[in-house]
Design a protein around this ligand. Structure first.
Ligand code: NAD
Ligand code: TYD
Length: 342
């Protein structure tokens, strides 16, 4: 399989590339990524020298660049690229509309023109909005996004649907719950709490800390994406979750225990505006139809994640200090040029 992956230098994209090339050593991947603040090529240092992996820096809103790179035949596009942080979408929504909505339109048009036989659109459970206690969203539940991020993802998701209906476009859509694991940028709950705790800084918990999220280990998400990519039915939506929503404060306390740090570091801070109380998914469709289920339970996944961040303290420092942003110009481009001269 030859894949064009957008947003492959981010958290889930880089984990997906590593997973996919590990599972299918003959696969080929072109990673198309703009390298915004969320893109970090250090996430793929161990993959970079593989002959079946290439990186191109580009913006999914740049139709010319996207069409040029889709000029060679691909078996599928896996579309991760997005602005992904709710708090940033509250501070400013424009970039979310540009990348998540307009960028997805560019990707759809280019893939349609180039007749790419499969398009996997990576959406999110946040499109369903907040769930009442004991309620969980099925793929038929109404979309009720509450943050500008979720609204931009819902718009993209519906745009993909419209291309399936109107143009018989061969897309499949996934809607996954909150991911955690290695290489997650320390602005999201779990890596932020870990990196703050390393330095014995306060851990800012929004509101009363009782908002619930259904956390899934990133590799389980990658296996689900693989299953949908290979076996999912065109035009279908697949929810992906772990089936066990947990309050934020529970996650933060578990992390502090694993890090051997005191609960006194927790600081309850002003709530996020429009903060969704609870995300919960019914993902029986993917479990029954494609035989997927998550393998990593939350305790084991959190332990593995804390351990990974401990062992990759240089990555954490580069991410929190902003140093990682110089990596592309300072090291990556130079190393590529040296390799090309040899
Ligand atoms: P991320 O923010 O870590 O990475 C996003 C990547 O997209 C970065 O590498 C960035 O450089 C790239 N990008 C941003 N704008 C771009 C543009 N205009 N052109 C090309 N590349 C661009 O995000 P993530 O957490 O890895 O999420 C990946 C996808 O999965 C997103 O679509 C997100 O909505 C979805 N998702 C995330 C979660 C989660 O918990 N993180 C859950 C469900 C779905
Ligand atoms: P986040 O990782 O930003 O994911 P999302 O908002 O997409 O679910 O946040 C997860 C939960 O943690 C969410 O309920 C908000 C909360 N949160 C905090 O309490 N403190 C923080 O500093 C952050 C970033 C999030």
């Amino acid at each position: 399989m030859k894949l064009l992956v957008t947003g492959g230098a981010g958290f889930i994209g880089s984990n997906f590339i590593r997973y996919f090339l590990g599972a299918y050593p003959d696969a080929e991947i072109l990673n198309f990524d703009k390298l915004t603040y969320a893109g970090n090529l250090q996430n793929l240092e161990d993959i970079d020298a593989l002959p079946n992996y290439r990186f191109v820096r580009g913006d999914i809103c740049d139709a010319e660049a996207v069409e040029r790179d889709l000029g060679e035949p691909f078996d599928a596009v896996v579309h991760f690229a997005a602005e992904s942080h709710v708090d940033r979408s509250i501070a400013g929504a424009r970039e979310f509309i540009r990348t998540n909505v307009e960028g997805t339109l560019v990707m759809l048009e280019a893939a349609r023109k180039r007749k790419v036989p499969r398009f996997l659109h990576v959406s999110t459970d946040e499109v369903y909005g907040s769930m009442a206690p004991k309620e969980s969203a099925t793929e038929q539940s109404p979309l009720a996004p509450n943050s500008p991020y979720a609204a931009s993802k819902a718009a993209a998701d519906l745009l993909v649907r419209s291309y399936v209906q109107t143009h018989k476009f061969p897309a499949v859509i996934t809607r996954c719950t909150n991911n955690y694991g290695p290489y997650q940028f320390p602005e999201k709950l779990i890596p932020l709490m870990i990196s703050n705790a390393f330095e014995s800084k306060k851990l800012p918990v929004y509101g009363d800390g009782l908002n619930e999220r259904d956390w899934i280990f990133v590799e389980d998400h990658c296996r689900a994406l693989d299953a949908v990519l290979q076996k999912g039915r065109v035009g279908e939506i697949y929810n992906i979750g772990s089936g066990r929503p947990v309050p934020n404060i529970g996650i933060v306390r578990s992390l502090l225990k694993l890090l051997d740090k005191p609960d006194g570091l927790i600081e309850f801070v002003q709530d996020r505006p429009g903060h969704d109380r609870r995300y919960a998914l019914d993902d029986s469709k993917i479990r029954h139809e494609l035989g997927w289920e998550p393998k990593v339970d939350l305790d084991a996944g959190l332990e593995h994640t804390v351990d990974w961040y401990r062992k990759h303290i240089d990555w954490v420092h580069a991410a929190t200090s902003g140093e990682y942003q110089a990596y592309y110009e300072k090291f990556y481009v130079k190393r590529r040029a040296t390799l090309a001269e040899l």
